[in-house]
Ligand binder design. Structure first.
Ligand code: ZN
Length: 365
């Protein structure tokens, strides 16, 4: 055999290994038959690659069952590394450590004051990361990446957090740089709706879609847009601010200075204000959803009206982008059919729960 023939065989083998690893990164765990289907490689080739990578400690092979038949589940070994996710909300911080087979190993959440400053939030997050790694017996050397999601626009040029009333103490902060210094690891920061869109396309209700939108509906309203299979950020990273599309040009003044934005109809502060007289001043969005589910007429009305306004925004997105699917997530999406469907029959729960536990999908619009 010539040297070049040996070289091309080695590069083919390496390319096949990369295909197997890429499929497992995306899917978490697959049987060898599923791996063959996903990669287009022959079962014999997959079997050889899995055996070699398992012997090298890169893959784990465990017994499982598919359609009642015994099979071998293949996943990336925890020894290859773990990933850390940090999620900031208006009043919460959640940190999770997951392995590359998409299993969350440990997770912790705490409540933050709504007007907390960035340095306070980042300090809390860094402490939680350290605690979780210690609790799970992992070192920072095992962490392959740290991702941080914020409910705010992130300037793609400067990396700074843009204007937001949801996280007022964060504006102008280069969150990735500051957090990287705090935890001693490289941290990637993005808008949480963008990250939601990526998660839904890779693992969730929009899996396999090259044109999709993810609507995050909570304190604020944001969208992550997938166009041509890629996240669309716009010139400065603020694409997808659908919360500030106009629903009523004579409506209430929004925090952005315009009138009648979607957020003034669907954002949590507005929904709670609507129920202030009838249900008192201390109601939370979580309680509104629980009450609506248990039949409270006022909460059901508020959630259904929010769904109608959200439908207008979704219709506008459809006209603009012609997406294959729109996925609704965020805390209000936990209302499920009460939000998404008047008849209660045309929506389904995303397969993405339990983290975040909050997605439904709108299909066949
Ligand atoms: Zn606005």
């Amino acid at each position: 055999m010539t040297g070049s023939a040996t070289g091309s065989q080695a590069s083919l083998r390496e390319a096949n290994r990369r295909r197997v690893l890429k499929a497992l990164r995306a899917a978490g765990s697959l049987t060898q038959a599923e791996l063959a289907r996903e990669t287009g490689l022959s079962p014999a080739t997959v079997s050889n690659i899995v055996r070699d990578l398992a012997e090298a400690g890169i893959l784990d092979v465990t017994p499982t069952a598919r359609s009642g038949r015994r099979a071998q589940a293949v996943s990336l070994s925890r020894g290859v590394g773990v990933a850390v996710g940090i999620d900031f909300g208006h009043r919460h911080l959640r940190v999770a450590v997951g392995d590359l087979a998409h299993e969350v190993i440990a997770e912790r959440m705490l409540t933050l004051p709504p007007d907390h400053r960035a340095d306070q939030g980042l300090t809390e997050a860094a402490s939680l990361v350290d605690e979780l790694l210690t609790d799970t017996g992992l070192t920072k050397a095992a962490v392959r990446g740290v991702g941080l999601g914020l409910p705010a626009p992130i300037d793609t040029g400067t990396g700074a957090v843009g204007s937001t009333s949801i996280l007022p103490g964060w504006v102008g902060v280069p969150a990735a740089t500051v957090m990287s210094d705090r935890v001693g690891m490289q941290v990637h920061v993005d808008n949480d709706a963008n990250l939601g869109a990526l998660a839904e396309v890779v693992w969730g209700a929009a899996r396999g879609c090259s044109e999709a939108a993810y609507l995050k509906v909570a304190t604020g309203i944001g969208a992550g847009l997938i166009i041509g299979g890629r996240l669309h950020r716009g010139v400065t990273g603020t694409a997808g601010e659908v919360g500030h599309t106009t629903i009523d040009e004579h409506g209430r003044v929004c925090r952005c200075g315009n009138r009648g934005c979607l957020e003034t109809f669907v954002g949590a502060p507005h929904l709670l204000e609507l129920l202030h007289t009838s249900h008192g001043p201390d109601l939370t969005l979580r309680q509104v959803i629980d009450l609506a589910r248990s039949g409270d007429a006022g909460c059901r009305r508020v959630v259904a009206d929010a769904g109608r306004h959200l439908g207008v925004a979704a219709a506008n997105l459809c006209n603009l982008l012609n997406p294959e699917r729109i996925v609704v997530g965020g805390e209000l999406a936990q209302a499920g059919d009460l939000l998404l469907s008047r008849s209660g029959t045309s929506c389904r729960v995303s397969r993405f729960p339990p983290r975040p536990p909050c997605c439904g999908s709108v299909q066949g619009y």
